[in-house]
Design a protein around this ligand. Structure first.
Ligand code: TXA
Ligand code: MG
Length: 344
């Protein structure tokens, strides 16, 4: 049976005890809900993969509540890492670091690096503190489903399958954290999030790049990031195993319409009418031109809502990728559509 717990201190204590005893608890973070277990307990970490139906070579992010817990996970604490921790934690930045031996391989998907972040959410921080161990937590969705940004999404995917779900607020960021590899020569973003290469570069006062495989996003404008495209020092094979999996796929066919905002609107309307005339049920995801933060907050929830309706077709309007948050939203939108793109 799954305990559905609202975030009172007693309930958070109860959930922390479940994690200590090797159980699985879903909890809110500022990005998306996580599905947590003791990161140092091999058996518990393994249960996460089973519950999600996730391939076990896809590593998990380890969540901590105090920067001083970093030393337990990684031997490599450079000045740059300290700068990032001071500036961005707690917050939506995950650092890929050299891993210490004590972390089970199952947690890191067999890699010799570990991804760590400190979430900016009081409930999450209280839970991790009380559990008194680093908490491995991928997004709390069944593998292949959109990431959960509301407690009801987690309940839908996991009621009856895990020990407890803490029902917090809706996630204020709405897309997963920026994953930054600090083990490469040039700090490299492996997964875009609301913190952009530019934001991180400003703090480090050095170049920060997007992994070249992200630049295959097929967006209309790469002017800001394309200079990295031909960097021969970088391999284009996925560095982050998560990159290679199909993500967030809705049951309906999904098409992204890309072009100027006005043309995108018109084309979506045209395709909608056309398909409805042929007897298809059509859903639309279309944000205002520059509402990037709003789009990040709402994209997964809209995708889930449309998916519930058993539609035949979902038409989504592309946003500008020159904006860092727009780029991160488009990363999710293209993946959800399986890179099915119409240009106007
Ligand atoms: O916002 C978030 O990061 C959320 C919340 C719950 O904190 N978590 C999350 O976890 O999105 P997950 O497991 O859904 O995504 C983790 C991503 C995957 O793409 C994985 O491949 C990558 O991080 N990753 C984890 N460890 C890594 C490592 N050692 N090296 C490279 N990539 C890693
Ligand atoms: Mg995920």
């Amino acid at each position: 049976m799954t305990k559905i717990l609202n975030p009172t201190i007693e309930n958070i204590k109860e959930a922390a005890a479940i994690i200590k005893n090797g159980g699985l608890v879903s909890f809110p973070t500022e990005t998306v809900y996580g599905l947590g277990a003791n990161a140092l307990d091999e058996v518990a970490a393994k249960k996460i993969y089973e519950a999600k139906g996730r391939p076990s070579d896809n590593p998990m992010i380890v969540h901590i509540a105090r920067a001083s817990d970093l030393g337990q996970l990684t031997p490599m604490l450079s000045e740059d890492i300290v700068k990032l921790v001071d500036h961005f934690w707690p917050g939506p930045l995950t650092l890929v670091l050299e891993k210490k031996d004590g972390i089970p391989k199952i947690t890191t998907g067999g890699l010799d690096t570990v991804a760590v972040r400190m979430p900016d959410d009081e409930v999450a921080l209280a839970l991790i503190n009380l559990a008194d161990c680093p908490v491995a937590a991928p997004s709390a969705n069944l593998s292949g489903r959109p990431s959960p940004t509301k407690a009801e999404h987690v309940i839908k995917d996991f009621e009856g399958k895990i020990d407890a779900i803490i029902t917090g607020e809706d996630c204020k960021v709405g897309i997963e954290s920026t994953v930054l590899d600090m083990t490469s020569e040039i700090p490299t973003i492996l997964r875009p999030g609301i913190l952009s290469a530019e934001d991180i570069s400003t703090v480090l006062n050095k170049e920060v790049i997007y992994h070249p495989s992200l630049l295959g996003q097929d967006c209309d404008d790469f002017s800001k990031i394309s200079k990295n495209k031909n960097d021969e020092n970088l391999k284009t094979s996925p560095k982050s195993p998560g990159m290679k999996y199909k993500h967030y796929a809705p049951k309906a066919q999904m098409i992204v319409v890309e072009g100027s905002h006005k043309k995108v609107k018109e084309e979506i309307e045209r395709l909608k009418i056309l398909n409805e005339r042929l007897g298809n049920e059509v859903g639309v995801i279309l944000f205002e031109e520059k509402e990037f933060t709003y789009a990040a907050q709402n994209f997964f929830a809209e995708l889930r809502d449309l998916d519930e309706k058993n539609l035949d077709l979902i038409l989504a309007g592309a946003m500008s990728s020159t904006d860092g948050v727009g780029f991160a939203v488009m990363n999710r939108m293209f993946k959800a559509a399986g890179y099915n793109i119409v240009r106007v």
